[in-house]
Design a protein around this ligand. Sequence first.
Ligand SMILES: Cc1ncc(COP(=O)(O)O)c(C=O)c1O
Length: 354
Amino acid sequence: MNIENPSFFIGKGDNDGFISFGSGQPDLPPPKEVYDILPDYRSFKYGLIQGQANLREALAKQYPNANPDNFVITNGASEAIDLALRALYQPGAKIFLPKPYYYSYPHNVYLARMEPVYYELENGKINFETFKKDIQNCRIVLINSPSNPTGTIQDLDVLKKIEKLAQDLGIYIISDEVYKDLIYERENYLLENGNVLTVNSFSKTFAMCGFRVGYLYAREKAIIKKVIDMKNHTSMNTNILGQEMAYEATKVPRSRIEAQTKIWKERRDLIYNGLRDLGLDLWKPEGAFYVFPKMKNPSKVVSDLYCKYKMIVYNGVWFGDSERVRFSYALDAEKITEGLKRLKEYLSKEYKEN
Ligand SMILES: Cc1ncc(COP(=O)(O)O)c(C=O)c1O
């Protein structure tokens, strides 16, 4: 079976005995507060294109010196990235993307009629010297720390250097921080400056992927205006029930998010140690919920595991790396352990022939 892209798996759960290390969808429940509003919820009209005021106000309080007018509530981080790129469109512009990348980035750039160029991550990390050389003629750089699919975070000094370099060169930064609450090693570093566009989402931290609520925070008002104009003629407002739920999520105490991170960290340790004990070559993730081991012939691994071992894993090729396979560990310890058992069997029985 030739499984060509992740859409084959999206929305397929852990049914029929399948263990899914596929989609990056948290299995932990959303905070109860977000669905407590459901019995009394009665609002069905169009909402503001820019997003509901209460949610933008709550978000602005989470960023230093931010104003609610500088936020647009979007259909997930996905729409924020799409709109940000299109708002910054220039004919022939080059957009600097990490490689490996979150699989939508190159498509987002092509759909915005611009050209992706790549900075190669070395074991998941940015090499600032090559980065500095290759960024020169780009209009925008996309930073994703913590990263999907590598699970790495970028070092603080590198992020600070990038922030300054981009400002000196007049290059926009789109900072995709959807995993900012899922860091095991340190606090998130918020990329700042006038030329930074921050993208975030309620999908991961609050396990609300299907409700499609994210946002764009741009310090430049002209960008916000362009984004609202485009959204007005495309999706219009983001789903207002989702926004109301997201607003409730903003009130959840930080301690609850930290309690979740502890669970993710235990799972990280379980899968990282498990894969290493099976002899796979991988680095220890510092954030998000992905491990990205090297494997021979990833297409065959994906198809063998799916067809013969009832396991879903993602081909590294989809993320721009033809030598690796991505495992999402957004599933409980029992399933991770069962998945590792199946993988062990696969590795000993047929992997050598790949
Ligand atoms: C790095 C990254 N950015 C953006 C997204 C899209 O998130 P959303 O569900 O908010 O559209 C994902 C989803 O997996 C992601 O991993």
